[in-house]
Design a protein around this ligand. Structure first.
Ligand code: TYD
Ligand code: MG
Length: 458
């Protein structure tokens, strides 16, 4: 495309169209196409080829120097674990999250810790003035930390500054405020965000400086502007949580240097974000008397066992189509569990609303939660409270069989640590972990029988 031609870029998915239209044909969003003057993306402008010299592809063996990477240890264990064991020099990291969730606080704490241990750190804020950042640092008790601070939004100025300063780590807060004078588009548009992120990632690779980009997330969970930034960086972390809850969960959704199923749990307090080393105790600490419909799920988040309470409410519905409301779990999976309970346990949810909630704002993705969900629903439907000292885990098949799940040993160990005495688990997990005794269940009908028996004991 010749320089100066227009193109129309979807602000939601980044697709480029030759003509304007009301709806993006790629992602289906309305009114998201914005005209931009096209120029070749930064760094990709064709260089005149030198006559007679062709690039030669150099092939090497898999086995070679440079196996282990020395990582930067931020001293915030929850953060380091989610990064895969510390930040990798020369890597680019994107931290996304809703505005006000605590991204700036987390990263300021992380760079301040790094700077205190001798890592050369730069924090560039495009959103807040220097005074505001200083005030926050004072509040967090980190004002003494030797972090080099700047308030700047021009990409060229930032890159010049970083090249002169040669830091080991640089935080850019946020990528949506940056702009480069190479493009006519406004800051925050896909073209600007993409071009700026690309240049910063190139800088990271070339200089060996770890670059952390902060990105705000739109309502539907996309990092605003382009998903293309996610593809450019080495790792994408989401910082999530309910504003009304104190807990914040840092989750890796992509990581070229570590696993993606780790979570870091923090608590937002007056002195900033505190690490939560034992999330199970936190998620369970408000449990009162046993009411029907509450079951404790022994789950795994990455390498770490986490116990959470799953609550269900089954109530007569005044509506023609009863309501199914789920918070923190997959609603399709709830429909499946309900269908299996109807087919295998002779229950009917036809005229009843079903609500399911995972306490503490945690989102569970494991199928191992099936058994705990079924137990919570049965407990509510039969009006039979579950014993306070029982945990559950196990996957359910459509035939109603309880399937085995991984890491049952770690789950039981965590339950024992928190004072639980019994566990409902798949048949394969019958090796108890004193003082927890395991009751192996082969099918969901056994679960219903167990819950009915508990009710009669009371
Ligand atoms: P912030 O880090 O500015 O969020 P983001 O960068 O993701 O937009 O967090 C701001 C919120 O955190 C704000 O609502 C106030 C709260 N907060 C505390 O509760 N305690 C603290 O010590 C700090 C610094 C912030
Ligand atoms: Mg911020």
């Amino acid at each position: 495309m010749a320089r100066g031609d227009s193109q129309f870029v979807c602000q939601s998915c980044g697709a480029v169209h030759a003509k304007w239209s009301g709806q993006c044909s790629d992602c289906g969003s309305w009114n998201t196409l914005v005209e931009e003057i096209a120029s070749a993306p930064l760094g990709t402008q064709a260089k005149p080829k030198k006559a007679g010299r062709r690039g030669k592809l150099e092939l090497v063996t898999l086995d070679g120097e440079g196996g282990d990477i020395a990582r930067l240890d931020s001293g915030i264990a929850e953060f380091d674990r989610v990064c895969g064991g510390g930040l990798v020099p020369g890597s680019a990291l994107l931290v996304g999250g809703d505005p006000g969730i605590g991204k700036s606080t987390l990263l300021l704490q992380a760079v301040a810790h790094l700077a205190q241990s001798g890592t050369k750190s730069v924090y560039v804020s495009g959103e807040e003035a220097v005074d505001q950042v200083r005030r926050r640092a004072r509040r967090l008790g980190l004002a003494e930390s030797p972090v080099a601070l700047a308030a700047e939004t021009s990409l060229e100025n930032i890159l010049d500054g970083l090249k002169a300063e040669k830091p080991d780590i640089a935080v850019i807060d946020s990528v949506q405020t940056l702009w480069t004078d190479q493009l006519a588009a406004a800051p925050g548009t896909v073209a600007q965000v993409r071009a700026c992120a690309q240049e910063l990632v190139r800088f990271a690779k070339k200089s060996g400086c770890a670059v952390i980009l902060v990105g705000h997330v739109t309502k539907d969970g996309q990092i605003a502007g382009p998903r293309v930034v996610e593809h450019m960086v080495d790792a994408v972390l989401y910082f999530e949580g309910e504003r009304s809850h104190q807990f914040r969960i840092l989750r890796a959704v992509k990581n070229r240097f570590g696993p993606t199923d780790e979570i870091g749990v923090f608590e937002m307090g007056d002195a900033g974000l505190q690490e939560v080393e034992n999330p199970s105790a936190l998620f369970l600490n408000d449990r009162g008397d046993q009411t029907p419909g509450a079951a404790v799920f022994a789950g795994m988040e990455g390498t770490r066992p986490v116990l959470t309470e799953i609550q269900a409410l089954v109530a007569a519905s005044p509506l023609g189509t009863p309501r199914r409301t789920v918070v923190g779990w997959d609603s399709g999976r709830l429909s499946m569990v309900l269908a299996v309970l109807e087919a295998r346990c002779g229950l009917s949810f036809g005229g009843r609303d079903v609500y399911l909630n995972v306490a503490g704002g945690l989102k569970i993705g494991e199928p191992a939660a099936d058994l705990a969900v079924a137990a919570a629903i049965l407990s509510s439907a039969l009006n039979a409270p579950l014993p306070a000292d029982a945990v559950m885990f196990g996957e359910m098949s459509l035939s109603g069989d309880i399937r085995s799940v991984g890491r049952s040993d770690a789950r039981l160990k965590e339950a024992a640590k928190l004072g639980f005495k019994q566990a409902l688990a798949p048949l394969s997990a019958t090796e108890g972990h004193p003082p927890v005794t395991v009751r192996g269940l082969g099918a969901v009908a056994d679960l219903a029988a167990t819950i009915s028996a508990w009710r009669q004991e009371d």
